[in-house]
Design a protein around this ligand. Structure first.
Ligand code: LMR
Length: 331
C-alpha cells in the first residue's frame, strides 16, 4: 500500500516536471475589477485598496487585477461582461444602471440630497441596502455603495440662472433622469461615454457637462471649459456590482475575505472622497484655466425650482416610497 502511494507521488512529480504545470496555482481565483475613471480618484483609490486588502486577507488564494480608465470595458459594456464572467467587479455610477432597474434612478434626482451625510444616511438604511438586490432577476448583485460626491455644472459661459443653460448641449451619463433634468432647463442632453467627454467638449460637440470636482480635474475638463458653477445639484455615486451566480458560488472562505476587503475599501474610499474632491477643486481653480461661479441663495433656489418637476416625472418608475425615504435623510 505504502509502495503504491509512493509510486503515485512519483508519477505526480514526474507529470509536473514534464508538463511544467503547477496544480496549486490553478486554485487561485483571478478577480478582475474594471472601472472608468483615473486611479487618483475616490473610485480608483478604493479599487486599489480593495485589491490590496483582498490579497492581504486571502494570500495566494486570490489575485485582484484593477483596470482603470475604461481600459477593459466602459460602463455601458461592463455589466454584460460581468454576466459572461469576463470581469468580476465594476462600480458604475448609479445613474447608468437604469437599464437594469428603474429603482436606482432615485439617486439621479436633482437636488435630492443636500449633502453627503444625507446620501450615507439613505445608503445605510434598510431601503438603501435593499437596492443591492434590485437587479438579481438579471443576474447582478450589488455589494457596496461607493461615494464620489455632488456634481457641478461646467460650460464656456457662466451658468448663474437656469435660463443661462437654455439651448446649450450637455454631455450626460446614460440616464433618462439626467436627460429630463437638462430638458427641464431648456438645455439639450447628449448621452455619451465618459471617456469621450473631453474631446466632445474640446471640439464643441457639446457645450457643457456635469460632474464632480475629482472627475473634472482628473480628466482635465477645466482646460476646455471656461466656467464651473458650484451647483451641488445632483449626486455621482457608485454601486459595486458583481455576478450573483459567481459571488454565491465562491468558496465561503474567499467570499468572506472579499466581503471584509470590500467593507474596508468602502470605508477608506468614502472617508477619502470629500477630501479628494476638495483638494482637486483647489487644484482646478489654481490652474487658472477656468473660473468659479458661486450661486447666491436665490439663484440656487431657482435651479432647484426649475429641476424639481423631474421628481414627479419619475415617481412611478422609482417608487414614491424610495424618494420619500431618501428625502427624509436631509436633516
Ligand atoms: C461619468 O460618466 O461621468 C461618471 O460616471 C464617471 C465615473 O465613473 O465617475
Amino acid at each position: 500500500m505504502r509502495l503504491l502511494n509512493k509510486n503515485i507521488l512519483l508519477a505526480g512529480v514526474a507529470l509536473l516536471a514534464i508538463t511544467g504545470l503547477d496544480f496549486s496555482a490553478s486554485a487561485q481565483e483571478i478577480i478582475k475589477f474594471s472601472h472608468g475613471v483615473a486611479p487618483d480618484t475616490p473610485k480608483g483609490k478604493a479599487a486599489e485598496f480593495f485589491k490590496k486588502r483582498a490579497e492581504e486577507i486571502l494570500g495566494d488564494k486570490v489575485k485582484v487585477e484593477v483596470y482603470p480608465n475604461s481600459q477593459l470595458f466602459d460602463d455601458n459594456k461592463v455589466l454584460p461582461a460581468i454576466l459572461r464572467g469576463d470581469v468580476q467587479f465594476a462600480a458604475p455610477a448609479l445613474g447608468k444602471l437604469n437599464k437594469w432597474t428603474q429603482k436606482l434612478q432615485v439617486f439621479d434626482l436633482p437636488f435630492l440630497f443636500k449633502d453627503m451625510d444625507a446620501v450615507s444616511c439613505f445608503q445605510d438604511s434598510d431601503k438603501g441596502k435593499g437596492l443591492f438586490n434590485s437587479m438579481t432577476d438579471k443576474g447582478m448583485l450589488g455589494v457596496s455603495y461607493w461615494h464620489n460626491g455632488l456634481k457641478q455644472l461646467s460650460a464656456n459661459k457662466p451658468l448663474r440662472e437656469p435660463t443661462d443653460a437654455k439651448g446649450l448641449k450637455f454631455r450626460i451619463q446614460t440616464s433618462d433622469v439626467l436627460a429630463a433634468q437638462f430638458e427641464a432647463v431648456g438645455a439639450v442632453p447628449q448621452k455619451m461615454a465618459f471617456a469621450e467627454t473631453y474631446t466632445a467638449l474640446q471640439t464643441g460637440v457639446v457645450d457643457g457637462q456635469e460632474n464632480t470636482w475629482s472627475n473634472m480635474y482628473s480628466q482635465k475638463f477645466y482646460e476646455v471649459q471656461d466656467y464651473i458653477t458650484e451647483s451641488n445639484h445632483g449626486l455621482l455615486d457608485y454601486m459595486v456590482i458583481t455576478s450573483d451566480k459567481w459571488w454565491n458560488g465562491l468558496d465561503p472562505e474567499i467570499r468572506n475575505g472579499l466581503s471584509q476587503a470590500m467593507d474596508e475599501a468602502t470605508k477608506y474610499g468614502n472617508d477619502l472622497a470629500a477630501e479628494l474632491n476638495m483638494e482637486q477643486r483647489d487644484k482646478t481653480l489654481k490652474s487658472g484655466e477656468t473660473k468659479l461661479v458661486e450661486l447666491t441663495d436665490a439663484q440656487f433656489t431657482d435651479w432647484q425650482t426649475a429641476m424639481k418637476p423631474v421628481w414627479t416625472q419619475f415617481a412611478d418608475q422609482i417608487g414614491q416610497d424610495l424618494i420619500d425615504a431618501a428625502a427624509a435623510c436631509n436633516k
